[in-house]
Design a protein around this ligand. Structure first.
Ligand SMILES: *[C@@H]1O[C@H](CO)[C@@H](O)[C@H](O)[C@H]1NC(C)=O
Ligand SMILES: [Ca+2]
Length: 341
């Protein structure tokens, strides 16, 4: 028992030290990159070929927003940057709005933010192509799988059931398919729930990519507070990909608006070892330890199994001790008795 405490203490000590070191060494500065940003008054967007942004499908520009889809069935629209991004560390601040007539869960399908090799491709993943190469962050407003299960009179346990809208991130390498019927669960990096529909205040998503760490935060409560959504190290994204946003409606619909996409270059100090670690150029998107990530999802399941075995072995251990104790005691007793006779 003492050993366990000692080990725990050392682990806590190491992690706190590392956390402090992290703060000291990595102060960041940020610069808005206008050539990668989209904001009011959207000069030339959708009308000029010299604009940095290009519209697609049903997307249209008004004075207030870039409307990717209106609140009508079977629409799809997108806006794509024309300029590949060669920054190493960046943060994309997405100001968006999703609103419509539909009541809860009678609206769809959602909006996606992209950093991909491909651009201006129509398809089934929130209006963009499947088998994409790069990062997709989805604001999924319709629970396809939950609805399907409901129809079959089954459902997820309360632990795994999700509340929609749900923000989900996925990294594709050109051969991984997004499973629309399952809301992308099989290929997700993670995500969080985000009640973003029909709000009167501004809603934001922040996508930060620093030292190969992908962090997603949301600000949707109108309090100017960022809430953690996802934070994953070891995400390998090549440079020179395009930013974009897309949205789609089906039988159900919503207005999907992008008010601004602001890209900030982050200047990050790296230690020599970190520089070494990131020396090799990334050519294909991937995520380190994707298997472990998948296992993490079942964490609660695993820990209850672990708990079961811990208790089982503790009980066996106690039992063994008692048995040994009894044997020793009876031996000692016998010897004592022998001495007396
Ligand atoms: C893409 O990722 C999948 C799943 O991780 C993997 O099986 C496949 O080999 C990868 N494709 C390439 C071209 O590396
Ligand atoms: Ca969905």
């Amino acid at each position: 028992m003492y050993l366990i405490w000692k080990v725990t203490f050392v682990i806590i000590l190491i992690t706190t030290c590392r956390a402090f070191a992290d703060d000291d060494n990595h102060e960041m500065e940020e610069f808005l990159k206008r050539e990668h940003s989209l904001s009011k008054p959207y000069q030339g967007v959708g009308s000029s070929s010299s604009s940095h942004w290009e519209l697609m499908g049903d997307a249209m520009v008004t004075t207030e927003q870039v409307r990717l889809t209106t609140d009508m069935q079977s629409k799809q629209g997108a806006v794509w940057s024309r300029i590949p991004c060669h920054l190493r560390d960046w943060e994309l601040q997405v100001h968006f709005k999703i609103h419509g007539q539909g009541k809860k869960n009678l609206n769809g399908d959602g909006l996606a933010i992209w950093y991909t090799k491909e651009r201006m491709q129509k398809g089934p993943v929130f209006g963009n192509q499947d088998l994409f190469t790069g990062l997709g962050v989805f604001v999924d407003t319709y629970p396809n799988e939950e609805k399907h299960l409901e129809a079959q009179k089954t459902r997820y346990t309360t632990r795994t059931q999700r509340i929609f809208p749900f923000v989900l991130a996925m990294v594709g390498n050109g051969s991984i398919s997004y499973d629309h019927e399952r809301d992308g669960r099989p290929t997700e990096l993670g995500g969080c729930n985000a009640m973003v529909r029909n709000l009167n205040h501004d809603t934001f998503i922040f996508i930060r990519y620093v030292r190969r760490r992908l962090t997603i935060m949301i600000d949707i409560d109108g309090q100017h507070e960022w809430r953690d959504c996802l934070d994953i190290p070891g995400v390998r994204l090549p440079q020179g990909y395009y930013f974009g946003a897309s949205a789609v409606t089906g039988d159900l619909s919503d207005n999907h608006d992008v008010i601004s996409l602001k890209l900030y270059q982050l200047t990050v100090l790296r230690s020599e070892t970190e520089e070494k670690e990131e020396e090799d150029e990334i050519t294909l998107p991937s995520v380190d330890n994707m298997d472990l990530l998948k296992m993490g999802e079942n964490e609660e399941g695993w820990s209850s199994i672990a708990m079961f075995f811990t208790i089982l072995f503790s009980m066996l251990g106690c039992f063994l001790l008692i048995v040994v104790g009894l044997i020793v005691y009876s031996h000692w007793n016998e010897n004592r008795r022998k001495r007396f006779y």
